[in-house]
Design a protein around this ligand. Structure first.
Ligand SMILES: NC(=O)c1ccc[n+]([C@@H]2O[C@H](COP(=O)([O-])OP(=O)(O)OC[C@H]3O[C@@H](n4cnc5c(N)ncnc54)[C@H](O)[C@@H]3O)[C@@H](O)[C@H]2O)c1
Length: 334
């Protein structure tokens, strides 16, 4: 079992990474929660695989469990689902001393986390991420959100869980496209960290090779993200490094109009940002070449993240008025 300790201003908690940790969930949860009602929030894909195991584990450990299932997919990050979950919590007389356990990918984690943060001004939360993206990214850092018709993640909160339990074994049921999407996030972390972490990616030459390596790759990614989040909980400074690839990625995702998943768009963004900065002489061309193989506006500038070498990220503000020129250079680099 890999234990990663997260200390924020408001809370200290552990991220536990272990194959088959779901089979020990009851014991793990009793270490942080006394007996209480637990709402297990899941979706229509994940629930049929894992809700029974989670319910059995928690019930055997003395918790009173209610499973609340939302439709799978981004559309569930909505006010309608927030309202529905809050109505269910209230109808079941959930009090401030009860808890929410998010069992699912990033959608369930963001939605259930947001609901936990506002129901009765905040009740206890545990994250059990089930997609690779959620295991390496969205379950770490305490960001919760729902979408508005005008844009993604526009309503949300910073809300830290009491525990994160990551079981890489449950990735076996994740569709390969989603496994590859989550791997893009691992590549991003490895490029920012460099060293052994980056080197370890050379053994991943197919989607099938991700699964056996997943426990180590998840541990390295989560350790990195936790370090960055602890240093900058509310995204004022260094946490912006995690946006590497996202500036272009968000634009690509928008233009793809639902044809590309978030992680796929960000992977394209990673490669293109390396090309862009290479073209401006700020990163060696080699970095751009290696990356091929494998939004934030502050005032009047957009802060980009680039690598001067693998493992050496930098923040680089570009005036919004100069962006068109910079982007022009991007598309002229082949
Ligand atoms: N809070 C954050 O810091 C943060 C960071 C990155 C992304 N996000 C958010 O995360 C969401 C994307 O996350 P995602 O890619 O996990 O999407 P998702 O939650 O929609 O999961 C992807 C799909 O895989 C299914 N699934 C998940 N785990 C499974 C498993 N073990 N077996 C079978 N099917 C499984 C889901 O039902 C869904 O159909 C976006 O809404 C994004 O905004 C949040």
């Amino acid at each position: 079992m890999t234990n990663i300790e997260v200390k924020t201003r408001v809370k200290q908690y552990q991220i536990k990474i272990m194959i088959n940790s779901l089979h020990h969930l009851g014991t793990l949860v009793t270490k942080v929660w006394c007996a209480r009602q637990v709402a297990v929030v899941t979706d229509t894909n994940v629930g049929p695989y894992y809700a029974k195991l989670v319910t059995d584990e928690l019930t055997a450990a003395g918790f009173k469990v209610r499973v609340m299932t939302v439709p799978a997919g981004e559309a569930s990050k909505s006010w309608a689902q927030v309202q529905s979950l809050i109505d269910q919590l209230s109808a079941a007389h959930f009090s401030r001393s009860d808890g929410v356990l998010a069992l699912g990918g990033g959608v369930v984690g963001d939605l259930a986390g947001f609901v936990a943060s506002i129901y009765m001004r905040g009740i206890a939360l545990i994250q059990v991420p089930t997609s690779l993206l959620a295991q390496v990214d969205s379950s770490v850092g305490g960001k919760t959100a729902i979408d508005l018709p005008t844009g993604k993640n526009l309503v949300g909160s910073f809300y830290q869980p009491d525990l994160v339990v990551i079981d890489p074994a449950i990735l076996v049921t994740l569709p390969p496209r989603m496994l590859a999407e989550g791997y893009g996030e691992i590549v991003k972390c490895a490029a920012l960290v460099g060293g052994d972490f980056w080197q370890s990616l050379h053994q991943i030459t197919s989607v099938a090779a991700i699964l056996p390596a997943a426990p180590d790759l998840i541990a390295a990614s989560v350790a990195f993200k936790a370090r960055v989040v602890m240093a900058d909980e509310h995204e004022q400074g260094q946490r912006q490094l995690l946006n590497f690839g996202h500036t272009i990625g968000h634009a690509v995702e928008l233009l793809a109009d639902g044809q590309l998943m978030h992680g796929e768009a960000v992977a394209i963004g990673l490669v293109q940002v390396c090309r862009l900065f290479a073209a401006h002489g700020l990163a060696p061309q080699a970095v751009a070449a290696v990356m091929q193989h494998d939004k934030k506006v502050h005032g009047t500038a957009l802060t980009w993240v680039y690598l001067s070498a693998v493992g050496q990220p930098h923040l680089y503000p570009i005036a919004v008025t100069d962006l068109a020129t910079w982007m022009g250079d991007l598309w002229s680099v082949s």
